[in-house]
Design a protein around this ligand. Structure first.
Ligand code: ADP
Length: 239
């Protein structure tokens, strides 16, 4: 579905953020992007919706090179690739419902229809009673839920999450991850999530099973298995 082909991105002055990157992401995958600060995670993700333009290479979306698209054609593909951020990026002067309506209005959806869809999305993210709340009246987790609802308003195929849980406490992080997993599973939306929080990975891959010659050699939390593999197959995998 998404293919990076020899993608290189260089920022002035000569900072190579991505170097000949080749990545393939399938439809419906939930992919983590991990790495130290400055490793190029944000750049990689921002290239997917062409917020950054690489100097060379191709970024294929359903086989079409996004870097060759312009104007209306590029906007149409971008609508299929939504993004949420650490800082939520909600409009403070708009209520939760109006924030969710915003991308619908930009796409020319009529007011009543936009509000109906936004109300449905409020249900999806578990905040049906917050339609009239302003961002300042919402907690961090609630703001991120509104941002997720807004991101879903354009019926995207891909949801990019740039450190989307990094500003949240562990419990709220867990609930947002559960919501993202639900969206991934139920809507088949491909989720690509940047994080530096190892706890995030432990929560999504809550348990891991190691198979060996058709048997389950070992099963446990990611942390347990990876820090202290009990089986020969587990040790081979993590060594
Ligand atoms: P990460 O998300 O892993 O922290 P980034 O993709 O943000 O990494 O950055 C990769 C490299 O590119 C870093 O060295 C960073 O300083 C640099 N960089 C990122 N954005 C810009 C920019 N707009 N201008 C110049 N350098 C940038």
């Amino acid at each position: 579905m998404i293919d990076f082909k020899n993608v290189t991105k260089v920022y002035d002055p000569k900072i190579v953020a991505l170097k000949d990157v080749n990545v393939h992401i399938d439809k419906g995958e939930f992919v983590f992007v991990l790495g130290h600060s400055g490793a190029g995670k944000s750049t990689l993700v921002r290239c997917i919706n062409v917020l950054e333009r690489p100097e060379s290479g191709r970024i294929l979306f359903h086989g079409e090179n996004l870097l060759e698209l312009k104007g209306k054609a590029l906007r149409a593909q971008r609508r299929k690739i939504s993004m949420i951020f650490q800082s939520f990026n909600l409009l403070d002067q708009r209520t939760a419902l109006e924030n969710i309506c915003f991308p619908l209005e930009l796409a020319g959806v009529r007011g009543k229809e936009a509000r109906r869809k936004a109300a449905q999305l409020l249900e999806t993210v578990g905040l049906p009673d917050k339609a009239d709340a302003y961002p300042v009246q919402l907690s961090g987790g609630q703001k991120q839920r509104i941002a997720i609802a807004r991101a879903l308003a354009s019926d995207p195929e891909v949801l990019l999450c740039d450190e989307a849980t990094s500003a949240l406490d562990p419990q709220t992080t867990e609930s947002i991850l559960a919501l993202l997993q639900k969206i991934n599973r139920e809507r088949g939306i491909t989720v690509i999530l940047i994080t530096h929080q190892m706890s995030v990975i432990e929560q999504i891959c809550h348990r891991v099973a190691i198979l060996d010659q058709g048997t389950v050699a070992e099963i446990g939390t990611v942390e347990d298995v990876f820090s202290n593999p009990a089986s020969p197959a587990g040790r081979r995998l993590v060594s």
